[in-house]
Design a protein around this ligand. Structure first.
Ligand SMILES: [Zn+2]
Length: 298
């Protein structure tokens, strides 16, 4: 009940409520590397897992000073962008399964919050005078940055869920680099955003059709280093083009049938991957497709 009460309080006050910032952290933006955030104090997984609010609010995010609009949900009472929040929840569930507590300390920040922190930094009268990025330039204002409870599990597994550490001196600061993986706020009349379905990554396409295209490389269940060439062989003469994808993310296509449609590619994240190759004829009609699973290691 504690978490729920906290959530309700947060929702009632709204995130522009400055007292909530007492536990918030400050940091520098992209152009500053002398960053100083306080290491977060974690909550338990159980508290967080019970406190997801899909009631969305449209808010204004900033990247390099430029505004754009994002949808914000609440996890453990903390505002986060929906895509980042869903990715966090998946990671948290995996951590939980591994017996590791993973908590969210700070997520999305509004312009008002960043102005407050920046003012504290300048005046040294609040937030311990911690260094803060110029308003509009904090990585917490673009909906991608999260401050998390640290653990060796997190450092080993975050990349599997699309999270990368971006500030060397801050082991708790992660940024999401991926598409919305879907989650509790994906569906339902009060939570669905038009176009959200297109943005979701529901994983690979259903398994092979026809057998007229087959993976050559990587081989099934292989373990690979990053940066390699994918290949697939056509077993039908009408195949004019193949498209390689991971979920809804298309990473390339090839028309070079003589070279097994070879395509060199370097993935952004390590981890378990399922790729799909889809073959099309000259009129762009789907002819065949095939999936392959492999593990990408640093
Ligand atoms: Zn941070």
């Amino acid at each position: 009940m504690l978490a729920l009460r906290k959530l309700l309080v947060c929702l009632a006050l709204g995130v522009s409520s400055l007292p909530l910032l007492a536990g918030c952290t400050a940091e520098m933006g992209d152009e500053d590397d002398d960053e100083h955030e306080e290491e977060p104090v974690g909550e338990t997984s159980d508290e967080l897992r019970s406190a997801v609010s899909c009631k969305e609010r449209t808010d204004t995010a900033y990247k390099s000073g430029a505004p754009y609009s994002i949808q914000v949900i609440h996890i453990g009472g903390k505002p986060v962008s929906k895509a980042t929040g869903h990715a966090f929840l998946r990671m948290q569930a995996a951590a939980h399964d591994a017996g590791v507590r993973l908590s969210l300390t700070s997520g999305f920040r509004t312009m008002a919050e960043q102005r407050y922190l920046y003012n504290c930094y300048q005046t040294k009268r609040c937030n311990n005078g911690n260094l803060a990025a110029r308003p509009g330039y904090s990585n917490h204002q673009n909906g991608l940055a999260l401050d998390l409870s640290t653990s060796s599990w997190l450092s080993r597994n975050a990349s599997r869920f699309g999270f990368v550490r971006t500030v060397p001196k801050e082991p708790w600061h992660y940024e999401f680099r991926g598409k919305d993986p879907g989650g509790p706020c994906s569906r339902g009349a009060t939570t669905t955003v038009p176009g959200d379905e297109e943005a979701r990554d529901d994983g690979p396409l259903p398994n092979p059709i026809n057998g007229k295209i087959k993976w050559v490389a990587p081989s099934q269940d292989a373990t690979l280093k990053n940066g390699f060439t994918v290949k697939s062989r056509a077993y039908a003469s009408n195949i004019a083009k193949v498209v390689y994808s991971q979920g809804t993310f298309v990473f390339g296509e090839s028309t070079d049938k003589d070279d097994d449609f070879a395509l060199a590619y370097t993935f952004k994240y390590m981890g378990d991957k399922t790729l799909t190759v889809a073959a099309y004829d000259a009129s762009d009609a789907l002819v065949s497709r095939d999936n392959v699973d492999f593990v990408l290691q640093p």
